[in-house]
Each structure stands twice: as C-alpha cells, then as structure tokens.
Design a protein around this ligand. Structure first.
Ligand code: FES
Ligand code: FES
Length: 160
C-alpha cells in the first residue's frame, strides 16, 4: 500500500505499508523518525504521542492508513530552529531533570506542547490532567511538573 501524508511539514509518499500497520511503525520504520517510542503498543503509556491534524493521538493505536492525506507532527517536528534546535518545552525538560531514561519523554514533550498552546499558564491540576495519559517509570513526576511550569513561564514571557 502506498500512502501520502505530511510529516513535520514535509509532504511524503510512503511505499510498502502493510494494511494493518500502525502509524507509529510507519514513522519509526519507514520514515526514520525514531523519536516516538513504542513502550506498550496498547494506548496505555503515551510514549508514542504525535499530533494528527493538530490533535494529540497515540500513534500505536492509529492505523497508518488513517493518516492518508493528513498532517502528522512528531517530537522531531516540535523543535523551533533556535541555536540548539530545541523548543522551549524540550529545553525545560533537559534543564529540570525531567528526562532520565528518556523513554517517556517524546510523548511528554508532545503532551506538554499541546497543553501550553491551549492553556499558557496551567494550574498544577491542569498539568496533571493533561499528562495523565503519559506514564514515566523513572522521575516520580516532580521534575516533569517542574519542566512544564518552567516552559510555561518562559513561553508566557516570550509572548509578552
Ligand atoms: S506505545 Fe502507544 S500508548 Fe504506549
Ligand atoms: S524518564 Fe524513564 S520512563 Fe520517564
């Protein structure tokens, strides 16, 4: 099967896609975008989160065929081309120690990016609700909360 989709701003054709293949598999194995992680493949952990037409989805639960003609943004597409190529959300996770093994991090980056574009200054409850679908085995979540707060502050300052 051949699919056409826009991935991180680039219109792409993907050949040789199996009918039952997940979008996560296509991104990682056909398009050389290994940022989205495969931890559970059951929609439980959020490590595979990407934007599909602007909505955050678990790419392990989306058939690649469902992305035909649509717009996909992965963690690789979130960087903003600053000096270090990182988005403020990505930078905040690094600075606060919100990244340990890093397996959950791509999904958390996408979920945080989505939260802060919807709610620029979220409360702790709003942060916890927004990240409830993203599991982390390492950090105990406190550093992740710090990262979201820091990114939110910086993005709010930058927009003033
Ligand atoms: S790998 Fe998709 S939700 Fe866990
Ligand atoms: S940093 Fe290891 S699972 Fe979150």
């Amino acid at each position: 099967m051949r699919l056409t989709m826009t991935v991180n701003g680039e219109r792409l054709q993907v050949n040789g896609v199996w009918e039952g293949e997940s979008l996560l598999y296509t991104l990682r194995e056909h398009l050389d975008l290994p940022g989205s992680k495969n931890a559970c493949e059951q929609g439980e952990c959020g490590s595979c989160s990407v934007y599909l037409d602007g909505e955050v989805v678990c790419s392990c639960l989306v058939l690649a065929a469902q992305a035909q003609g649509r717009d996909v943004v992965t963690v690789e597409g979130i960087g903003n081309g600053d000096d270090d190529g990182l988005h403020e959300v990505q930078r905040a996770f690094v600075e606060t120690g919100g990244v340990q093994c890093g397996f959950c991090t791509p999904g958390l980056i996408v979920a945080t990016h989505d939260l802060l574009r919807r709610i620029p200054r979220p409360s702790d409850l709003e942060i916890r609700e927004a990240l409830a679908g993203n599991l982390c085995r390492c950090t105990g979540y406190e550093k992740i909360l710090d990262a979201v707060r820091l990114a939110g502050e910086r993005l709010a300052e930058a927009s003033q």
